[in-house]
Ligand binder design. Structure first.
Ligand code: HEC
Length: 149
């Protein structure tokens, strides 16, 4: 489910020159989203990315797997990210009428769920894949909705 959604989003971003896309999908201040990003998303995802980076089977002999507490922390952080991704799909917080917004919020929710599952199963390869998917949703959504500095 997740991959086709991402591809769709990229196609839409690629087509942002069209008047419809330019009119519908645009950055504008989103104070509630900014608070969630700053207070939770930034830290939780950084911790997940760091642990996934160390646990990557591609590291070979340098691979460092999380201990019991580490896996539990990944699972709890991913659950936080998933609930924020769901909150962003509510009209009081997110741009629920805009297709890129919904595609990326859903992609963030499913990547977070996949991270929770990988942590529950203690599966480093699945963790790395899901963390990469999560990271793709950050950049894809920001490309459309976050003012570029
Ligand atoms: C569905 C859209 C969406 C997704 C997915 C998303 N963001 Fe954001 N993010 C935003 C928007 C919109 C803003 C700007 C809000 C504002 O300032 O008005 C933002 C702002 C931020 C900020 C700056 C907060 C501040 O004001 O200092 C950080 C950090 C951030 N996001 C991190 C992340 C990370 C990390 C991920 C992925 C794990 C992510 N975001 C996923 C929409 C998204």
């Amino acid at each position: 489910m997740y991959r086709p959604a991402l591809i769709l989003a990229l196609v839409l971003i690629g087509g942002a020159g069209s008047t419809a896309a330019a009119r519908l999908d645009h950055p504008s201040p989103m104070p509630k989203v900014a608070v969630l990003m700053k207070s939770v998303v930034d830290r939780a995802s950084t911790d997940i990315f760091n642990i996934a980076g160390e646990a990557d089977p591609a590291n070979g002999a340098d691979q460092k797997l999380p201990d019991v507490k580490g896996w539990a922390a990944v699972q709890a952080d991913a659950a936080r990210l998933r609930s924020i991704a769901l909150a962003m799909q509510s009209p009081s917080t997110g741009k629920v009428g805009e297709i890129n917004w919904m595609v990326q919020s859903r992609a963030m929710a499913s990547a977070s769920a996949a991270i929770e599952q990988a942590a529950a199963l203690r599966a480093p390869g699945a963790l790395v894949n899901a963390a990469n998917d999560l990271s793709d949703t950050c950049s894809a959504c920001h490309a459309v909705y976050k003012k570029q500095k």
